[in-house]
Design a protein around this ligand. Structure first.
Ligand code: BGC
Length: 769
């Protein structure tokens, strides 16, 4: 664990510039607004180690797959979110010396991310070897209100010298991804121009043919009227710049304002892109920097009003959860059903910015509870729109009759992951997509979604499971052979309990849904039959047969579910048997040794017991938890949160707290030594789950919310808010009890520690232990 940032409830603060931490801070201080996002690179030149990153949601490049041995069915490419033209750039040269903190002595430095307002600030005093000193203050944000707008304010005060500043405020299109298979150039030039004093850079991605247009307006204002400024504009291929020559005196404060609009052909026809970019920019510059800033503060205030979690008595935990919530809201806002959540959001290149099962299994509840129904619905619609591609994908692998296998990794519905043991075998992802529909409906009550979209997806997934189950003669049971479960430290195993369970559950629930839609939404039902060519009798009768002869591996002696048929054949060891020097095992052991070992990367059987908790006795969950937790190395960031929730439920409070801390400050304290690559955005949703479902003990059972709170001893109180059906409920848990306030329009009935209460809208109840 590494901690170099200051603790604060609302701010992330870095005091002093340690260049070793630069790439880490670039990840941690990232900004985003759902439409675009960027690492916290400096505006001015920085010649030290840095990972430049500015990403636009949904803009990707199909980077040709690189594998040694091609296998039929492999995807042709891996979609990469692109490092887009750098619009924050400034080159500042004072009397011939360039401002570059790598080459200068940094006297003071402070970088602050204000999570309450969504604003990044920096202040430093630095000097060149010849003794010239300068003070700089910067501020930047990506507007939440106007998603295509970003703004920077940059002030420089030469402290002890006079002279000439040559400043170029530019947009640079010659940018690269560190993670590129063939070092191809991802961006082609389209045009660069000056229109109405705005610099415009229009570029196009190779292969995927997305156009993006950035328009920039800059201003320079000076604290001293006598200072003279001349200004011109420079254009060359993939580069535009506002160039200033400024004669200044020592102590003059030179302030630049840079406002940029970023439009993409995802949103507008290409021929109108430049016009739209100028339009957006003109609206923003007319409003002015101060107004844009005010809007930003208000937008975030609104987000925090329903999204905040307050922890009293533990500043470190408070900062941790706010950081997680802040990053989740920066990554996805739910305004566009064609967008989704990359595991690193806009904070790095890893995982290509693509969609994983993380969205359905981990992220959905956060957005559903804090963002509301529409935001969550858009996450589901994303998959609905990709159903045809999922059917094609399954066809490529030899399935038929409308069976769908959703991809493990995708940008546009096509599979782009190419490790066979994941691409072809980690099919449990299909189950998470079905579960998300169930989760959404029980949370929002939006049955209509099922009639219009959901059932179609469920039928296609069920068809896949039905074909993927095969009948084993010796067992006289239906089995699923050759899979990888959530635990990627075992491949090609037979009957992964989690996969078999979620597959069977999907069949079971789809049967329920069919009945509901056929009886209650008959018109929709007819449309579905037509669209899917669904033949209920023969198809569902096979599903019933599978359910009646299902193989779920278990061990009678210990009373646990088996992670897979052969799990107990492995040499049984515990994580406590590992030497500290061997951890993480994925960096110290051969892959072969990992696969042969019993060590578990992330929740697997326990993932199932978490999702389907209400189907199991507490005693069963306890037995499995006691068996699997000591064998789990938690080398996926998605793991500790699931264990934390179950630990809370089982009354293992200390363990729950320890696991919770590991997820909540995973990035801030760089537990995994990889923060320089970007933040773990999807695991941040897991942190939220660990608080709300773990310590808050929130569950939805039937049509009702249940709370079984268990607050860590260290905390005075925990407060959070959730949207549920037509109400907004605020929950405050302290050491002596729980207080619940019901907003919205309806009276709500809910359960606290198993006892039912009715709360009228606008009122609250307090229940003491
Ligand atoms: C995990 C997967 C996850 C992926 C992206 C991997 O390390 O094992 O479950 O989908 O990371 O977060």
């Amino acid at each position: 664990m590494l901690r170099y940032l200051q603790e604060d409830e609302w701010l992330i603060i870095e005091e002093g510039l340690d260049r070793e931490n630069q790439k880490k801070s670039e990840s941690l201080f990232s900004l985003g607004n759902g439409h675009m996002g960027m690492r916290a690179n400096f505006e001015e030149t920085y010649s030290g180690p840095s990972l430049r990153g500015l990403y636009l949601a949904g803009i990707y490049y199909p980077d040709k797959t690189r594998v040694g041995w091609w296998k039929n069915g492999y995807p042709e490419y891996f979609a990469k979110v692109l490092n887009a033209p750098n619009w924050i750039g400034m080159k500042l040269v004072f009397n011939g010396s360039e401002l570059d903190l790598e080459q200068m002595k940094v006297d003071t430095f402070c970088r602050t991310l204000n999570m309450k307002e969504g604003i990044l600030n920096r202040e430093f005093v630095a000097s060149w070897p010849d003794g010239k000193r300068i003070r700089v203050e910067t501020e930047r944000f990506l507007s939440m209100e106007r998603r295509e707008i970003g703004a920077i304010r940059y002030s420089a005060t030469p402290l002890n010298f006079s002279g000439i500043l040559e400043a170029s405020l530019f947009i640079e299109g010659n940018v690269f991804n560190e993670d590129s298979n063939y070092d191809e150039t991802f961006w082609e030039p389209v045009s660069q121009a000056v229109i109405d004093d705005y610099c415009i850079l229009h570029t196009r991605t190779g292969k995927s043919n997305f156009d993006i247009c950035m328009a920039m307006h800059t201003e320079c204002s000076l604290s001293n009227d006598h200072t003279s400024v001349s200004h011109d504009q420079i254009l060359r291929e993939k580069y535009v710049s506002d160039h200033y020559n400024i004669n200044f005196l020592a102590g003059d404060k030179i302030r630049f304002t840079k406002i940029v609009s970023v439009t993409t052909s995802r949103d507008y026809p290409k021929e109108y892109l430049e016009e739209q970019s100028i339009k957006r920019l003109r609206e923003a510059t007319t409003a002015g920097y101060r107004k844009l800033r005010e809007e930003q503060v208000l937008s975030w205030e609104k987000k925090w009003r329903t999204g905040d979690i307050i922890i009293e008595g533990d500043i470190s935990a408070q900062q941790g959860i706010r950081f997680n919530i802040f990053q989740l809201n920066q990554t996805y806002t739910g305004h566009d059903p064609l967008l989704n959540i990359g595991p690193k959001g806009f904070t790095g290149e890893k995982y290509g910015g693509s969609t994983y099962w993380d969205t359905e299994a981990f992220c959905l509840p956060f957005y559903m509870s804090t963002g509301g129904k529409e935001v969550a619905r858009n996450l589901l619609l994303y998959r609905y729109r990709q159903l045809d591609k999922a059917i094609e994908n399954a066809q490529k692998l030899g399935f038929n009759n409308g069976a769908a296998l959703f991809p493990m990794v995708t940008m546009n519905g096509e599979e782009c992951h190419n490790e066979w043991e994941i691409t072809f075998e980690e099919i449990h992802r299909n189950g998470a997509i079905a579960f998300a529909i169930y989760n959404y409906i029980r949370h929002t009550g939006d049955e209509q979604y099922l009639a219009e979209y959901g059932l179609e997806v469920l039928i296609a997934i069920s068809r896949f499971w039905s074909q993927r189950f095969t009948f084993s003669d010796p067992l006289q049971k239906f089995v699923i052979l050759g899979v990888t479960g959530p635990n990627e430290y075992e491949n090609n195993v037979n009957n992964n309990w989690y996969t078999n369970y979620i597959a069977a559950w999907t069949l079971f629930w789809t049967l329920d849904c069919i009945e509901l839609i056929r009886d209650k939404y008959n018109l929709d039902w007819k449309l579905i039959l037509e669209k899917t060519n669904f033949n209920p009798d023969p198809e569902t009768s096979r599903w019933f047969t599978i359910l009646n002869h299902l193989h779920l591996p278990s061990d009678e002696k210990s009373g646990i579910f088996l992670q897979q048929d052969g799990y107990l054949d492995k040499e049984q060891q515990l994580v406590t048997d590992l030497l500290p020097a061997e951890r993480p095992i994925n960096q110290h052991w051969s892959w072969d040794r990992i696969l042969r070992s019993c060590f578990i990367k992330q929740a697997d059987v326990l993932q199932g017991l978490y999702l389907f908790e209400e189907n199991f006795e507490k005693e069963v969950i306890k037995r499995n938890f006691d068996f699997y937790e000591p064998r789990t190395v938690h080398e996926s960031s998605l793991s500790p949160c699931v264990h934390a929730i179950l630990a809370s439920r089982l009354g293992y409070s200390e363990l729950a707290y320890e696991l919770y801390l590991r997820t909540s400050r995973l990035d801030l304290d760089d537990y995994n030594h990889e923060i320089q690559e970007g933040c773990h955005i999807t695991s941040m949703a897991g942190t939220w789950l660990a608080l709300v479902e773990g310590f808050g003990g929130m569950r939805i059972i039937g049509d009702h919310l249940h709370f079984n709170p268990c607050l860590p001893i260290k905390w005075k109180s925990l407060t959070f808010t959730v949207h549920f059906r037509n109400t907004i409920i605020s929950i405050n848990i302290n050491q002596s009890g729980i207080r619940i306030h019901a907003g919205g329009i309806e009276e709500i009935e809910l359960f606290i520690n198993g006892k039912g209460y009715k709360i009228k809208s606008g009122t609250e109840i307090t229940i003491n232990h």
